[in-house]
Design a protein around this ligand. Structure first.
Ligand code: NAP
Length: 498
């Protein structure tokens, strides 16, 4: 058992990290001090990288891409590195979970579950590395044969948010590596530790130096510089729609780098009168409270059949009151701390707006005083109508807005009445209803009689302003490739000059 398995307390002094360049930690930079949102004590010291550091990281990634030590080896050899990484992650699971909890505030049991998902990501990507292939065209006539090659895009910049620092990282890194690309990662400044630890793990697994580099610092400085870097071939950005928009401008203003964007959501959970209401209420409580609602796929809009709305909201409120909110290092905690004080203020301001704009508070709505850290009660508003701030804006907190519908058409219309299209969930025992809604609601991920289910085999991504492209699974690997059409003349040339 590792030394972290039974660690129940925050460290007495913060751990200092270097940034990860060319297979080793680099120190000597000004440091950012991160405090645990669940405990209010300093836990990590993270370098504030300079643009020179970023240039060195991009140069290392470029050198390793061009020397073919990663892109030029077989898929089987790449798979070997990814599978060894999965094994080391298994061995260091408790340690990674511990740092994830300290910087993010999520419950320790949830963090361990996320690392299990990350291990699966590396295993699925290992399979994809071996199976990645192009296509051929035998239909161009006897004298012309066509091949379609898939080639790695090159150097990838990867920018990740603070809500799932390690999980979102691992839903991208193994798939990027499986394609043969190399990368420079910029995690959120407040949750950089586990992204740095992954550098050690990949090196131990045999990844060539320079294939995985991490620059740390704030988004406005080092993140912006990465989006503008002329020697980065592709940028994968996960974060808010507003920063996503600036990433698109930066790509257009520099080198037209290829973009993958995973952005915000205001995701509907649609409950029909014929659903198992106890199951659906459990799903709705989980969907809005998991990770304190700081989840791009949080189901933050409840769209419930008016015939059962009152009964359903009562069941749901009863369940939400029973959710165990508390110290993230406590094994029994289901919902931990809000990750940043800024996010805490944002959530509380939306709760105030919900009250002021005439929604009915059914349960929750208050800050919780647990003696230390920042916590908010899981909150349900009913009688929410179009035009209220809590109806349209992504709150990114444990605040659920309930709407009522009379017909299936109205439910579909309400579900689609958003600029986002990330995820959706429908609950009905009628297969016609469930499938019709699934086919008509515009969202990249759909759950029928379940919520946030799935594995790294399935692609992730959004419609509309929730983003471009897909991550994970075979689709995720293909995203980091570009296609080359090859035409081979197999006969005597028909001459142009007679
Ligand atoms: P954010 O403010 O957009 O930040 C995301 C990342 O971008 C962080 O690493 C941030 O660094 C960096 N960043 C900030 N400003 C930047 C700039 N001008 N140029 C380049 N990078 C910049 O988002 P967040 O508040 O961390 O995360 C919440 C948002 O992410 C929500 O909207 C949520 O829906 C979305 N999200 C989407 C998905 C998905 O898969 N669709 C998954 C998770 C989260 P610093 O933090 O160091 O400033």
């Amino acid at each position: 058992m590792s030394q972290f398995a039974n660690t129940q307390t925050a460290p007495t002094a913060p751990r200092e990290f270097g940034f990860w360049l060319d297979g080793a930690y680099q120190g000597g930079r000004e440091l950012f001090e991160r405090s645990s949102p669940g405990h209010g004590v300093p836990v990590t010291l993270i370098p504030k990288c300079t643009v020179d550091d970023l240039n060195a990281a991009v140069a290392a990634a470029r050198r390793t891409f061009e020397d073919r030590s990663w892109a030029g080896i077989s898929g089987a050899e790449r798979a070997g590195v990814l599978l060894r990484t999965a094994q080391i992650l298994r061995d260091r699971r408790d340690e990674i979970a511990y740092w994830e909890v300290l910087e993010n505030g999520k419950p320790i049991s949830q963090a361990r579950g996320e690392i299990d998902h990350c291990i699966a990501c590396f295993e699925v990507a290992a399979g994809a590395a071996r199976l990645l292939h192009g296509d051929s065209f035998n239909s161009l006539g006897d004298n012309l044969f066509g091949m379609v090659l898939r080639e790695p895009v090159g150097v990838v910049g990867l920018i990740t948010p603070w809500n799932f620092p390690f999980l979102i990282l691992c839903e991208r890194v193994p798939f990027i590596l499986a394609s043969g690309c190399t990368m420079v990662v910029k995690p959120s400044e407040v949750t950089s530790a586990t992204t740095l630890i992954l550098g050690e793990i990949l090196a131990d697994a045999g990844l060539p130096k320079g294939a995985y580099n991490v620059v740390t610092g704030s988004g406005r400085t080092i993140g912006q510089a990465l989006t503008e870097h002329p020697d980065v071939d592709m940028l994968s950005f996960t974060g808010s729609t507003s920063v996503g928009r600036s990433v698109v401008h930066a790509a257009a203003d520099t080198n037209f780098k290829k973009l993958g964007l995973e952005l915000g959501g205001k995701n509907p959970i649609i409950v029909f009168a014929d659903a198992d209401l106890e199951d659906a209420a459990d799903g709705a409580a989980f969907g809005i409270s998991f990770n304190t609602g700081q989840c791009c796929v949080s189901s933050s809009r409840l769209i419930v059949d008016r015939r059962v709305a009152k009964e359903f909201e009562e069941i749901l409120a009863r369940k939400m009151k029973k959710i165990v909110v508390g110290d993230p290092l406590d094994e029994s905690t289901q919902v931990g701390a809000i990750t940043t004080s800024q996010q805490n203020e944002t959530i509380m301001s939306y709760i105030a707006k919900g009250n002021a704009e005439g929604a009915r508070l059914v349960t929750g709505g208050s800050q919780m005083d647990l003696g230390k850290g920042t916590y908010i009660e899981p909150t349900l508003f009913s009688d929410v109508t179009k035009g209220m701030s809590i109806a349209t804006d992504e709150i990114f907190g444990p605040v659920l807005s309930s709407f009522h519908f009379d017909t299936t058409e109205e439910a579909i219309h309400l579900a689609n009445d958003t600029v986002y299209g990330l995820a959706a969930s429908v609950w009905s025992k009628n297969i016609d209803t469930a499938l019709s809604v699934t086919r008509r609601v515009r969202a990249g991920r759909f759950w029928v009689n379940c919520i946030m289910a799935g594995g790294p085999e399935m692609p992730l991504g959004g419609f509309k302003q929730s983003g471009w492209g897909r991550e994970a699974g075979v689709y995720g690997v293909e995203e980091y490739t570009q296609v080359k059409s090859v035409h081979i003349d197999t006969g005597k040339r028909s001459h142009w000059i007679k």
